[in-house]
Design a binder for this molecule. Structure first.
Ligand SMILES: [Fe+2]
Length: 483
């Protein structure tokens, strides 16, 4: 216990996990270079920020208590603001008792509590993603609850209500899709029962709070589904063999992911669901492990899914606090294209170039669900005695060619693509990415030209912003990026 706590505190001294006190009032960033005049709006992001408090310590990166932050880009200024997420999970931990489930940290439930409630209540520590749904800004994690966030103050406004719709208590993905043509949010919800699990694809209008089940897939072993693919008529689930028998979760105090088992002999199942009828067809491929799908589309009756694939689920262990305090993980999945053809059980898997990166983004409004050319992401950079810098990579998925930006100092996270209003080309826009440095306590928002990956402008703030997962740009003129 003491060793884990020491490692949690060690982790908070490393740049990607170091945090400054809240900045609730907006402060001016120091801008160098030229911010495009058309780029006006808010980059909202969330990240795990607190890894130890009192007797509690996070054992997995994903369990750090969440922080919400904003870079507000105006006509002549960039302003910064941040606030720790007010959640039931954070209040419990502050009170010295962590009873809600978490990703890879055991809960502290008594035998009596376990008996009364065999399945852990899922966390509301929504530190994974923040998206716009209609007029609301919503913070997400992999759980049964999402939190509404006041976009101006970054305060939590409480749980986003749903239902009654039969999906109460289901674990929702933190990577919903948006169907712009039909003005729908589409997502996954998983229920765990003694006899197995049910993964449902559901949808709802931007502004409504009733989820309609599109279709369901039942399985004995439930895969860890972090994201999924969506085309105009199909949803695609990548059911890798990192899975759990739901009955193993009953009465348990283990972290959610600690119930999952890597079984490469089971291979990968690909579930293609018709969004009209809910009917599913299944294909198979060799074992792989995937956090993030990149895009999916239909081509001559085929279903194509691009994803970032690891050879196995070992990365999940590398993301534990004890490991990360000693060495930053190698986030080097490969971009693969999985093609599923009607009537053929075996899916075709081919690599698209040799770039290895995580946190993919695309020109979502234009390319999601259709054949496309470009993706961008965060890639490992050079490692030496002075530290480590990441790069932001651009991949042409048609040629496999890639190029990258790095300033040799900062560790950048997910790039967010913002299209230039009126732009014609798929890569006509900018990338917004936030980085921190081991050499300074400050952080920076860098704005890159998405075409040639040159640095257009950088907005430095004196705050340490931990490396996070996902976020959204909510623009004055560009609305509706990837949820
Ligand atoms: Fe993610």
């Amino acid at each position: 216990m003491q060793q884990t706590q020491r490692r949690s505190r060690e982790l908070e001294s490393i740049a990607p996990f170091r945090r400054s006190p809240d900045v609730p009032e907006r402060c001016d960033a120091d801008v160098t270079g030229t911010v495009p005049s058309w780029l006006q709006g808010d980059l909202l992001r969330t990240c795990p920020a607190v890894f130890a408090q009192g007797s509690w310590q996070a054992q997995h990166w994903f369990d750090g208590l969440g922080q919400i932050y904003a870079f507000r880009i105006g006509a002549s200024t960039v302003r910064f603001q941040s606030r720790l997420l007010d959640s039931e999970a954070a209040r419990e931990i502050a009170g010295g008792r962590a009873k809600l489930s978490s990703f890879g940290t055991p809960t502290e439930r008594s035998a009596w509590q376990r008996l009364l409630q065999p399945v852990q209540r899922s966390t509301d520590n929504t530190n994974v993603n923040i998206v716009q749904m209609g007029d609301e800004v919503v913070a997400l994690t992999e759980g049964a609850r999402q939190l509404r966030i006041d976009a101006a103050s970054l305060r939590s406004l409480g749980v986003r209500p749903y239902g009654p719709d039969g999906l109460g208590g289901n674990v929702m993905s933190a990577h919903p899709h948006r169907d712009f043509a039909r003005r729908k949010v589409v997502n996954l919800a998983t229920s765990f029962g003694a006899g197995g699990g049910v993964v449902s694809v559901y949808e709802h209008d931007d502004r409504t709070h009733v989820r309609r089940v599109v279709g369901s897939w039942r399985t004995d072993r439930v895969p860890y589904l972090h994201s999924f693919g969506l085309t105009p008529t199909r949803a695609v689930l990548l059911a890798h063999p990192f899975a759990v028998r739901p009955r193993d979760m009953l009465w348990s105090n283990l972290g959610y992911i600690d119930h999952f088992e890597w079984r490469p002999q089971d291979g990968t199942r690909l579930i293609v669901m018709d969004r009209g009828s809910g009917a599913t067809t299944e294909h198979e491929a060799d074992a792989m492990f995937v956090f993030h799908t990149v895009n999916a589309f239909e081509r001559d009756g085929e279903t194509v899914l691009d994803a970032l694939a690891y050879p196995d689920a070992a990365i999940m262990e590398d993301l534990r606090v004890a490991r990360m305090a000693e060495r930053l993980p190698d986030l080097r999945p490969k971009l693969v294209r999985i093609t599923m053809r009607p009537g053929r059980p075996r899916a075709d898997v081919q690599m698209l170039g040799d770039a290895a990166f995580e946190f993919p983004c695309i020109h979502y409004r234009r390319s999601s669900g259709s054949d496309y050319r470009y993706t961008w992401g965060a890639a490992d950079g050079p490692r030496d005695e002075d530290g480590y810098a990441s790069s932001i990579v651009k991949v042409d998925v048609r040629s496999g060619q890639s190029c990258a930006f790095s300033d040799g100092e900062r560790i950048y996270g997910e790039p967010v693509f913002v299209a230039r209003p009126g732009g014609v080309d798929e890569d006509d826009g900018v990338l917004l990415t936030v980085g921190c440095s081991q050499r300074t306590t400050g952080s920076a928002l860098s704005i890159l030209d998405a075409r040639d990956m040159t640095l257009l402008a950088r907005a430095d703030v004196p705050a340490s912003i931990p490396l996070g997962f996902h976020g959204s740009f909510i623009g004055e003129r560009e609305q509706g990026g990837r949820p």
